[in-house]
Design a protein around this ligand. Sequence first.
Ligand code: SAM
Ligand code: SF4
Length: 330
Amino acid sequence: MIIDQHQRIHSYLRVSLIERCNLRCTYCMPEEGIPLLPKSHIMRNEEIVAIAKEYVDLGVTKIRLTGGEPLMRRGLDNILEGLQDLNVDLGITTNAILLDQHWDLLERTGCTKINVSLDSLIPEKMNALSRRNKFDIIMANILGTIKRGFQVKINVVLLKGTNDDEIVDFIEWGKDLPITVRFIEFMPFSGNKWDWNENGISLKDVLQKAESHFGADNIERVKDAPNDVSKNYRVKGAKGKFAVISTVSNPFCDTCNRIRLTADGKMKNCLFSNSETDILSAFRAGEDIKKVITDGIWRKKAVRAGMDEFEDFSDPSQNQENRSMIRIGG
Ligand code: SAM
Ligand code: SF4
């Protein structure tokens, strides 16, 4: 069992497959880009599967692949086939650009839980936010993926003055689709110019906008899944749900069961932790990585890697020494 000093059992592993991406979302990728690590530092396909197996032996039941853009990873078929043999709940987080080319593989290997980032329903705005002109293919692939019967969630990072005017539009858009639209509070990472007063939109703001448009009586709270990071809601009678991931204004650390493994094989016991455990080097040196894993998780802090108070987010030594999000994987 992988347990921390606060008695939280960890059963969910998020693995970043790649640091590269075909978008340049402003809140994720620093404007100047990121220096890419040499290939030898990145986990090989068979190492990913072998390391994942160690986690599964220790009680992990759910694995989500992320990045960078995980669908750009060479050998994704080998990785998914290897992970399929581990009999875990498999999902992927993607920007959807390459989804149509991977539908068969994802179906065949049981990787059916697909989270897609989409920050605006307005093509020009989405293209400006992601610094690339890919809106049309993203939207076509989202709708195609839903039609194929995958379980789809949409991730919308909210930025004040940029896309907060689309909160109601997103809820309306998702209402008739079998999906959940999840609004994510903007989080601070190295190089993303985070300033909560300037560009933060909170859970409270989302609910206010939803209630004033649909009427408070028409918004119902939906029971969250165990260890769910989002608070879920539905407009009465709607097929789709909406949700808020309120890491900044309302953290959910007491039920956290997540472990993150970066593409270069470093384990983060918290998204916000700037200390990492080097799993890949230990694996390559032939060490017993089960002990390295359990020791690294044991040290996990109670709340947001020690940023207990909201004010701690504004301390650059706490939030800017972390990796940029593109090198963690969300
Ligand atoms: N490229 C894939 C994608 O965009 O879905 C996977 C990687 S991306 C880093 C994973 C998730 O992190 C995305 O849903 C993205 O919106 C979210 N994310 C990135 N930077 C963020 C930030 N500063 N605050 C909140 N969420 C962020
Ligand atoms: Fe790429 Fe995803 Fe980051 Fe956007 S959020 S730059 S798509 S990794």
